[in-house]
Design a protein around this ligand. Sequence first.
Ligand SMILES: [Zn+2]
Length: 130
Amino acid sequence: MNLRPDPEFESLLSDNTSGKTRVESRFEMWKEMLDEVMVGSEQGPRLFPRAVKDQLWSEGHTCAWCQQEIQDFDDAHVDHKVPYSKGGKTEKDNGQLMHRYCNQVKSATEQVASQGLAAAQPADEADLAV
Ligand SMILES: [Zn+2]
């Protein structure tokens, strides 16, 4: 699966939009949507270049989430310290290594935090009191 944005897609986005900033933000949203879809797939999202991962790995491989050592380079995922959805850049200063699994846990946690727990709570506690 080729996830690289192609010029055709970008031109589609630029139709119907007035400003460059707006196009860029829509493009960021599109990339983020892909990222979410790709979490849990075999290959996983590839937002950070391999070179960044190599650099971070050479500086140490402690998981930023569970603080355990990451044993296998292939099990390491480069996570955004400042979340992508909050404008975090895909560059080394904003990258940290995590286990792939821990990164998925972190993503799920952030989703709950941003969407709230309303759906997980009883609709009306009074109905349960007898
Ligand atoms: Zn971990």
